[in-house]
Design a protein around this ligand. Structure first.
Ligand code: ZN
Ligand code: ZN
Length: 141
């Protein structure tokens, strides 16, 4: 399981400075495992640390992504979302309200046959199911 302490240790192990701000950002990401945007992370962290800057939040998110500890998702909702769950899973996205759910996705479900890779070494892919959640369906009816 991911924990704030373990993630902080990984940062330190890679020679990154561990500031109280970074710790707070990691904590917010873990506690709100709802695929927040950078802006939502910023708003949450600021509740405890009113002095934190946008740049600190954005830079920390970028570093965590670069270190493969955090996934950056473009779900077609206009903003990037952040996800600490880096193992294979797909996303269900509501086009009405932007609700995002994790759904299991077997890595073998999406496979490029060798003749279709154009010589690429594929390292990542995203599977996104788009539609409308029950709340949005009942509001439309
Ligand atoms: Zn919805
Ligand atoms: Zn996810």
């Amino acid at each position: 399981m991911l924990s704030v302490d373990r993630l902080c240790e990984q940062l330190k192990a890679r020679g990154r400075r561990l500031t109280p701000q970074r710790r707070a950002i990691i904590q917010v990401l873990l506690e709100n495992n709802t695929h927040p945007t950078a802006e939502q992370v910023f708003t949450h962290v600021r509740e405890d640390m009113p002095d934190i800057s946008h740049a600190t939040v954005y830079n920390t998110l970028r570093e965590l992504v670069e270190m493969n500890l955090l996934r950056e998702l473009d779900l077609g909702l206009g903003e990037r979302h952040y996800d600490f769950t880096t193992d294979n899973h797909a996303h269900l996205v509501c086009l009405g309200c932007g609700r995002i759910e994790d759904v299991p996705c077997d890595g073998n479900a999406v496979k490029l046959s060798p003749q279709h890779t154009h010589g690429f070494q594929v390292v990542d892919y995203d599977v996104i199911f788009r539609g409308y959640c029950p709340t949005c369906i009942s509001q439309k009816a």
